[in-house]
Design a protein around this ligand. Structure first.
Ligand code: SF4
Length: 319
């Protein structure tokens, strides 16, 4: 019951739609276990926990759920929390986020029941969103994903992180580029919006060229609705921080990160919104592709002309 009321961005993680809840309403959550992570685009959403932790929990850059065992909450309890939210906020909630690392991994019938209950209690609900890693999306398969879409699941935040198989292997992502592509396509074919996450710099100096090139390829293959950019920041108590400190992983400089970003902007041939909604990024390169490509190119080239000391300093992430 209860839990710490911190809200952060999990898997590597903007809707321009009007907010569902005022920010001051957010501290009132029903029941919660573990740290609360949610994408910045869900800052004004109702947060109701259907799962706890992450079933994978092995990514070497992630500190989020390391001490928490994954579990699925009883559906009746989740529905009780939705009913309590309806009593507190009324029927006008417009967006709902079901936090924790991989809520897409819960049994599809239970997740569908939660989505249906939410749609019944909040008739004006425009969006229900979860985090999902590719392997769990693929495990659900096309039929169950269609059932979830019909029940009202509308958006999945999918952590690609990199399109390069070697980078995915090194960070223990638990999936390959092929699985990531299959997951993204399956979601889109089911009618579920894909918000895809890429972590700039995740290949370090050694894999930067491959990371950029293969990520362009996979993003083009998936054609996500939104591409959300994050920049690799080593987090406390993670294996990748140990690699950085031991010199086994060479961090990119700000210019090198911007060159990876430029490769994405120039290489993407899909119609996609690019969101740069994260404190880790050196530069805001938000826009729509292809319309804003030239503006983003100019912004990046201007930034590349700046001295590297004018960008934020290296830091170790604590959340
Ligand atoms: S899938 Fe990886 S990055 Fe996402 S919450 Fe689990 S361990 Fe962290």
């Amino acid at each position: 019951m209860g839990g710490r009321n911190h809200r952060r961005d999990a898997c590597a993680t903007g809707a321009a739609a009007p907010p569902a809840l005022p920010l001051h309403a957010q501290p009132t959550i029903m029941r919660y276990e573990g740290p609360i992570y949610r994408p910045p685009s869900e800052a004004r959403s109702l947060l109701i926990q259907a799962t706890v932790g992450c079933p994978h929990n092995r990514c070497t850059f992630c500190l989020v759920y390391k001490k928490i065992r994954f579990k699925v909450r009883p559906t009746a309890e989740v529905v009780e929390d939705l009913e309590e939210a309806r009593r507190q906020f009324g029927p006008g909630v417009e967006t709902l986020f079901l936090p924790a690392g991989n809520t897409i991994a819960m049994p599809a019938p239970a997740l569908a029941e939660v989505c249906r209950a939410a749609r019944r209690l909040f008739p004006g609900l425009r969006r229900i969103t979860v985090y999902g890693s590719a392997q769990y999306v693929v495990q659900q398969g096309p039929e169950k994903l269609r059932m979830l879409a019909e029940a009202g699941l509308s958006r999945v935040h999918l952590g690609l992180e990199s399109g390069d198989d070697e980078v995915l292997r090194r960070v223990h992502k638990g999936s390959t580029a092929a699985v990531q592509t299959a997951a993204g396509r399956m979601l889109r074919e089911a009618g579920i919006e894909v918000n895809l996450y890429v972590v700039l710099g995740l290949g370090g100096k050694e894999r930067s060229a491959e990371h950029a090139r293969e990520t362009v390829r996979v993003v083009n293959d998936i054609a996500p609705d939104v591409l959300r950019l994050r920049t690799f920041v080593p987090k406390i108590n993670t294996p990748l921080l140990e690699d950085v400190l031991a010199g086994r992983f060479q961090m990119l400089s700000p210019h090198q990160v911007l060159r990876e970003t430029l490769a994405l902007v120039e290489g993407l041939r899909t119609r996609t919104e690019v969101a740069s909604d994260h404190y880790t990024n050196y530069l805001d390169v938000s826009g729509r592709l292809p319309e804003d490509r030239e503006r983003l190119r100019v912004t990046l080239r201007q930034a590349l002309a700046r001295d590297e000391t004018t960008f934020r300093a290296f830091f170790i992430g604590r959340e």
